[in-house]
Write a protein that binds this ligand. Structure first.
Ligand code: AKB
Length: 338
């Protein structure tokens, strides 16, 4: 198999953790990790080089540009709840940081005469449904519907999807061969993610994973959305598969740059019921917070991921029941016993 140099930004985060484990299974991959915080030892051991710093800083970009990078997984971002509290910073990191990295990818792609694959985790936050009635009437939302994000996080992610498309198409026209450009941008629009090994922070879909991790630690949990609130979710191994499978797909089979992916669409009450089955003494209450509830109501209740299924054979391994029985509960039990 051909050696690849792969850059992962935001490598200490939830997705980074699981992605680096998977990518490092192929020992011929060189992995370069970047994060704002010192790189955790469990991650560092998989990396050929690591950098601590801000992806918006010129020094970091200069250091990274010296590598002949073939693939970038750009995970660094402020999530929705944090971004609403710090909109300027969110714009700077989520939009500005992505622009810098795309520009870096363009210049590396030109130098190595090969497009750099830019794999981007987008989000359900790029959708903005005007009212809860319309949300529940629409149910499964497809890629071209409701593209009116209501948060700075969603707005910046949608802008970055458009930037990625621009970098791919504009530089294809300018390249010598016109067959391929210097950047090959591909994005998955993730639903809420749920991992057995990490607890998310700063997101608005965090109530699902938080409820489970609190119960496993015997801590009471006040859910910040009402019991009937519904969002699409996905278990972390499926999220990592989605990124890797989209990256590996033949370019000729892709009709779009950004694809919906999802697995199951429980209500907050469905989470509570499933968690109480596993932890009968779990104390879960519903204490909706207006701001976060309003954000959740503007996101789809479910996603139509048939385009991803048709173009690159996307299919999640975990249903809601299977995710709990085979991935979440056994691993969480081991995690909190340690
Ligand atoms: C968030 O809640 O901000 C994220 C997301 C849905 O993209 N988990």
């Amino acid at each position: 198999m051909q050696k690849k140099t792969i850059l992962i930004t935001g490598i200490n985060g939830e997705i980074g953790h699981s992605l680096v484990e998977e990518i490092s299974k192929n020992s011929s991959n060189y992995i370069i990790g970047v994060d704002l915080q010192p790189i955790q030892e469990s991650i560092k051991k998989h990396c050929t080089a690591t950098f601590v710093g801000d992806i918006t800083s010129e020094e970091i970009i200069k250091e990274l540009s010296s590598y002949d990078i073939n693939e970038i997984y750009h995970l660094a971002a402020l999530l929705s709840t944090t971004a609403e509290k710090k909109p300027q910073l969110a714009h700077q990191v989520n939009a500005g940081g992505t622009f810098q990295l795309l520009e870096m990818a363009r210049s590396i792609g030109k130098r190595i005469s090969q497009p750099v694959k830019f794999i981007f985790p987008s989000t359900i936050a790029i959708y903005g449904i005007p009212t809860p009635e319309e949300k529940y009437a629409a149910n499964k939302v497809s890629e071209e519907q409701f593209l009116l994000p209501r948060t700075i996080y969603g707005a910046s992610k949608l802008y970055c999807e458009n930037l990625g498309k621009y970098f791919t198409e504009y530089y294809m026209q300018l390249s010598e061969t016109k067959e391929h450009g210097y950047v090959d941008f591909r994005a998955v629009r993730f639903p809420g993610l749920i991992s057995a090994f990490t607890v998310p922070s700063g997101g608005t879909s965090d109530y699902g994973p938080e409820m489970l991790h609190y119960a496993a630690q015997n801590k009471p949990y006040a859910c910040f959305v009402h019991a009937g609130a519904q969002l699409p979710f996905m278990a972390m191994p499926d999220a990592v598969d989605a990124l890797l499978n989209l990256a590996a797909a033949e370019k000729s089979s892709l009709r779009r740059h950004s694809y919906n992916v999802t697995s199951f669409a429980p209500t907050a009450q469905d989470f509570a019921t499933m968690i109480r089955n596993a932890y009968p003494s779990a104390v879960i209450t519903f204490e909706p917070q207006v701001k976060r509830q309003t954000i959740v109501e503007s996101w789809p209740a479910d996603l139509d991921d048939s385009m991803a299924a048709a173009d690159w054979a996307w299919k999640p391994k975990y249903s809601f029941e299977k995710a709990f029985a085979e991935y979440l509960l056994p691993n969480i039990l081991r995690r909190y016993l340690q």
